[in-house]
Design a binder for this molecule. Sequence first.
Ligand code: PGA
Length: 247
Amino acid sequence: MKISNGVKPLIVANWKCNPAKEKEAKRLFNSVKKTKAVICPPLIYLKSLAPYVGLGAQNCFWEKKGAFTGEVSPAMLKNIGCQYVIVGHSERRRYFNETDEVVNKKLKSVIEARMIPILCIGETQKQRDRGETENILKKQIEDALNDISKFKIQNSKLCIAYEPIWAIGTGKPCDPEEAQKMGLLIRKIISKIYNRTVAQKTPILYGGSVNSKNGASYIKEAGLQGLLVGGASLEAKEFVDLVRKIC
Ligand code: PGA
């Protein structure tokens, strides 16, 4: 299915810290590669799944190389055939103290390495209850895009994933109607930073308890341009079903 702007929906599988064995990773990959989704396995499996158009990393460091124990640079990812990098996932913000400033550095480095960044933003339940969602999203986007020119953003093919934290891994997805509103809000924020053209061309993805039953509604009803799928991307049949209902 083509969506309104003629671009095919972008479905991204975020395997997070799964599965435990390379053999299982290869098996899962072989069962889902026909979907042509973007697959983001743990870093250690990337090389054994390459080459594949649509290989993504879940994270990266911001420097090219040097004395940074334990880190992997965008250049290294690019060199093994990675095309996408998830930046600023809420689990990284929460468990690894990634601030908006860090997210900005990572975003710049991914753009510089000519990979496509998938920037994650989203509010907590508390922030939502306090009516702070709009301000939180605005700050996350403005800070992430700080000091990145319109020209660079246009060339980067940046995607933004709206992932409300209260919906991630909880089995309580955001209503498609609300996701649609958030998509419009995100476009408004980007439009203010750059312009309407940039805003319209930026694919907005939804993530948070997406499965084969609800996935299509974010594309067909909410008019969003893609999905970031966690848990449901670890079950081959479920994930293939999900993608089949959309693409
Ligand atoms: P979930 O995770 O689909 O398991 O809710 C989504 C994500 O964190 O990207």
